[in-house]
Design a protein around this ligand. Structure first.
Ligand code: PAY
Ligand code: ZN
Length: 309
């Protein structure tokens, strides 16, 4: 019997439950899975990444993060389901098998552990991390405004009390610095998928500028294919486009940094819904949300495999 067999994929879990699940999941599938600690949060929690690999060394890789914003609970639950899906489909689904035979996948499920713990203990709608600095009254930096690309620009805030506070300097926060260091030293990440909620969108850079990126046509047509595959599962409609022209201008965000770091397949999802439940998505929607998101992720993975660079 598997050690993860008692874990429910259709419920929301605490940080402790997810970290226990990660350990059991890695044990159950040690042939293709390992756990990497890439750093520590401001409050000294472990920052963990799951590595899916069938061999090789420094293979081209795909990065997926969920839960940068702690209140976006559906994103972590989707990430957990997706991790199991990848393992279950390897050797069965042709695309997953072809991808994993050539490409590694890294998944960071709890990208903001301190904020996540706080959404359970104190404030369900907490968004930022939990850093505090001498002389600054308010807590937290927005981990999706503090990346180097476009740092401090429009759609980010210099006020520490703001929900979109960009922090004192680029990558000042340990949660972001850990990812930057990991991806930079890996040096062979070919696609990055950063998962948020909500709005039902699949977007690509830039957030900080209205200028189209150089491969905008390719990203747009891939995003269209991905949201069409997503739609086919439960009939949920997503819109796609660049962040600045589809949602709003936002500077210092993950995917802009990824794109400027030569990861040309950089996407961000905004999962269900369009505002009825918002961040408070009922657990009954975890599985359907994950199922449809998977078809879009798989589309992006397949394209990445078939377009090496
Ligand atoms: O996903 O990078 C992205 C787009 C920008 C997101 C941001 O503002 O950081 C969009 C928001 C998010 O997921 O955090 C959208 C949600 C609904 C919000 O908090 O406004
Ligand atoms: Zn978010």
């Amino acid at each position: 019997e598997r050690s993860t067999s008692g874990f429910s994929y259709s419920l929301y879990h605490t940080l402790e439950e997810i970290y226990t699940w990660i350990d059991n999941f890695v044990t159950d599938h040690s042939d293709i899975l390992s756990k990497i600690q890439i750093g520590h949060s401001f409050e000294n929690r472990s920052i963990l990444v799951l590595k899916f690999s069938t061999g090789g060394s420094q293979r081209p890789a795909i990065w997926i993060d969920t839960g940068i914003h702690s209140r976006e609970w559906i994103t972590r639950a989707t990430g957990i389901w997706t991790a199991r899906k990848i393992v279950n489909e390897y050797g069965k689904d042709r695309i997953v098998t072809d991808v994993l035979n050539a490409v590694d996948i890294f998944m960071e499920i709890v990208s903001n552990p301190d904020g996540f713990a706080y959404t359970h203990s104190m404030n369900r709608l907490w968004r930022k991390n939990k850093c505090s600095r001498p002389g600054i009254f308010c807590i937290g930096v927005d981990l999706n405004r503090t990346w180097k690309s476009g740092f401090g620009g429009n759609g980010s805030d210099n006020n520490p009390c703001s929900e979109t506070y960009h922090g004192p300097s680029p990558q000042s926060e340990p949660e972001v610095a850990a990812i930057v260091d990991f991806i930079t030293s890996h040096g062979n990440i070919k696609a990055l998928i950063s998962i948020h909620s909500y709005s039902q969108m699949l977007m690509y850079p830039y957030g900080h500028s209205l200028e189209p990126v150089s491969n905008q046509e390719e990203l747009c047509s891939l995003a269209k294919d991905a949201v069409q595959a997503l739609y086919g599962v439960h009939g949920i409609e997503y819109i796609c486009g660049s962040i600045s022209t589809t949602l709003y201008v936002a500077s210092g965000i993950t995917v802009d940094w990824a794109y400027d770091s030569d990861i040309k397949y950089s996407f961000t999802f905004e999962l269900r819904d369009t505002g009825h439940y918002g961040f408070l998505m009922p657990a009954t929607q975890i599985i359907p949300t994950a199922q449809e998101t998977w078809m879009a992720i798989r589309t992006i993975m397949e394209h990445t495999l078939n377009h090496p660079y």
